[in-house]
Every structure is written in C-alpha cells, then in structure tokens.
Design a protein around this ligand. Structure first.
Ligand SMILES: [Zn+2]
Length: 404
C-alpha cells in the first residue's frame, strides 16, 4: 500500500492503469526498450489529496529533451497575458515589488512582467525552455523549487509580493517542501496563487487523460485548504479557468480570515456534493473511464471496418494514458499531426504512432481525426475550418465519444 506524500497516511487506490512509458518521451528508435512504471492514483482519506501512487524520477521527465513549450497556442498566450496583468495590478502600488514564478517555462507569462520593468525571477529546471525564456528578457534560475532553493532565493532577492505557478505545482512530488519554501519567501501581505487541472472537472468529465507521470497531484479546494494549513497558509479564493480542459486557480495568503472570498464556500460545497472528500466520490469514476475507453476503441474499429483512415491531432503528453489504456495504436491511427519540431519524425510513447507535421495532415486530408488536444478544441476547430468544410470529421471523447 502506498502512503500519502503529504500526511503519510495509507492511500486508497482510485484506479490503476497498468504499465506506462514516460508520457512526454517521444521515441526516435523503435528498437530501444522504453522505461515503464505502474500508473495508479490513490486518495488520502485524511487530507483528501488525490495523487500518483508511484512517482517517476523528475530527471526522467524534465531534462534537456523536454519538449513542452507553453507558447504554442494563442489561447495560452491570451491566458498568460491576462495572468500577467493581474500580477502587474497587484504589485503596481508596492514600494519594492518582486514577482516569483515557479516553473516559468518559456517565459510566456513573465515576459509581460519583465516588459513592465518589474523585478522578477522565474524558476525553471528544463534548460531548453529556460533558454527560450531568457531570450524574451526574463530572469531565470535553472533549478527545482524547494525549501532549500527558496532560502537561497530569499537571501539573494528578498521576499516576494506575488509567488505564482501555472501547471507546475501538480508536478512536484515533495509539495510539502514547496509550500515550506513559499512560506519562507512570501511577504506577510503577499499572495501565492497557482493553477492546475481541477479534480472536480476530471471527475465530472471522466477526463482520465489528465492522469500521467507528470501530474503527481490532482487538486481540489478541499485538499489544497488542508495542505495550506499545514504550512501556515490559508486558501482565500478559487477562480475556475477554462484552460487545460478545466483548471482551478487557488489563491493563498498568510493573512487573516477576512481575506476569504465568497467564492470559496460555494465551490467547496460543490466539491463536497461530488464527495471529493470521501472514497465514495471515486467509485463510479473507474466505471466511466472504462466505458469511454471501450466506446472510443469501438468507434475507431467501426470506422476502419468501413475502410476509412483515421489520423490524430496533437501529440500531447496526456494522450499517452488515454491511447494505451484504450488499447489504440498504429493499427487504428495512421499518424498524429503536431506542430512541435522536436516531436515530428518521432513516435508516440508506448503506442508508437508516427508524429507527422501539420503540413502533412493538410495534404493528406484524412476523413477522420481524433482530437487528442481536445482541451484546445475551440481554437483547433476554428483553425481547421477548411478541413471540416471539405468533410473531415473530428472525434472527441470526454465526457463521451462524439464525432463532429
Ligand atoms: Zn494525506
């Protein structure tokens, strides 16, 4: 039995997906064996955190080969510009502002803060994306954030008015150390906010593709509130975000009760309604996951039986769990179209579907395309208007398999 990484209590297994490869390790040489680990998530009845039972060494996932750049989508660009304006507003009246971003990726957000001449620092362990951030004028410390690096940052730069992180907190196994670091680095009146895929959305949509090696934690307000208390912080606000198929932004402060917003009560009540604080909330999840994966495979089998070809769109990390668990590979999907240069010419982890360029997809014009990057659906349907006008159809799968 695995133990909770936050409070050390026994975890209750929610779902096991079996052996999985590293989700973002696209394969160049098919003769090489892939590293495999057992992917399952558990629920802690004590502190309510849903988490991976077995974690993968971060060095295996985030290194010089790391192929995820945030600045690939207009929707994400807009999202981070909005986040930057909020931060710029918060620090505008501060006498000596300092903004710290955990996991600043390629500088998609901090470049706006930098452009306003606001003192800032991005922490980013992946060398190639950190280099891309520096080119945008962003100050970057190439490191993992924890209690030790936090003390070093405090000694060198002082405490921060804003500490933030997008799609990074859920990646860090030793989250107690991160919260300890935040506690050290945050000014008494400062705000710490972070956003990650939201457990309630995952449960509601059965969007189990969010479950993979990089996502150690699946946050709810109930669990974040418990975690915050352990480190002298308080959850004061939650604001739902549309990105990544449903994310939540959590605001924490060192402050007093009176900073707590009205949003909190209502959102936590919804979470309690979904039973996210008890194993009951997770029982039907596995059934729905199994039903979506078999419906998905059967839909593709039916299309292939009609003699029609199927491609896929978006060689995302998260599609690794979805494709492998649904037992869908090169026998059903000819290739995945993607625009990331470092992925094109390689094969998807585990399923070994060739990754081809977007130009290839346009020329090939397949009759059916599985929309693996379903969280960018609105943007992609708009971009691929012509493909759809010519009769091309997209297949999506959460909360149910749909062809449109
Ligand atoms: Zn726990």
């Amino acid at each position: 039995m695995s133990l909770c990484k936050i409070c050390n209590n026994d975890l209750e297994t929610v779902i096991s997906f079996g052996e999985m490869p590293i989700s973002n390790r696209f394969v160049s040489d098919l003769t090489e064996d892939e590293f495999l680990y057992d992917l399952s998530i558990g629920f802690c009845p004590e502190c309510f955190m849903v988490q991976l039972e077995e974690c993968v060494d971060p060095a295996m996932m985030f290194n010089e080969d790391y192929a995820y750049f945030s600045s690939i989508s207009k929707a994400m660009e807009d999202h981070f510009e909005e986040m930057a304006s909020e931060i710029i507003d918060i620090v505008s009246e501060k006498p000596s502002p300092f903004v710290l971003e955990l996991g600043c990726n390629d500088g998609i957000m901090l470049k706006h803060v930098a452009a306003h001449g606001i003192p800032h620092l991005g922490i980013e362990p992946s060398a190639n994306v950190a280099a891309s951030a520096r080119q945008k004028g962003v100050h970057v410390l190439e490191d993992f954030f924890n209690a030790t690096s936090a003390s070093e940052i405090k000694n060198r730069y002082g405490q921060a008015d804003v500490i933030c992180g997008a799609n990074v907190m859920c990646h860090i196994e030793d989250i107690n150390s991160v919260f300890q670091g935040v506690s050290v680095l945050l000014k008494p009146e400062g705000v710490f906010f972070f956003e990650d895929p939201y457990l309630a959305d995952i449960i509601k949509k059965a969007s189990f593709d969010q479950i993979y090696d990089e996502h150690v934690y699946y946050f709810s307000g109930l669990a974040v509130s418990e975690l915050a208390k352990r480190h002298g912080l308080q959850l004061v606000n939650m604001v739902p975000q549309e990105v990544h198929g449903g994310s939540m932004r959590y605001y924490l402060s060192k402050g007093s009760e009176n900073r707590v917003t009205k949003n909190i009560g209502a959102l936590l009540a919804v979470e309690k309604g979904l039973n996210l604080h008890s194993l009951k909330g997770y029982v039907s999840f596995k059934k729905r996951v199994d039903s979506i994966s078999s419906d998905f495979k059967n839909t593709l089998l039916k299309i292939r039986a009609e003699g029609k070809r199927i491609a896929a769109y978006g060689a995302t990390s998260k599609s690794t769990t979805f494709l492998i668990y649904s037992k869908v590979g090169v026998d059903l999907i000819d290739y995945v179209s993607d625009t990331t240069p470092t992925k094109i010419g390689k094969y998807t982890p585990g399923t070994h579907i060739p990754v081809k360029s977007h130009e290839h997809f346009i020329l090939d014009n397949p009759p059916y395309t599985v929309l693996l990057a379903w969280n960018h659906k609105r943007e992609i349907l708009e971009k691929e208007k012509e493909y759809r006008e010519k009769g091309g159809k997209f297949i999506t799968f959460f909360p149910e398999v749909t062809i449109e």
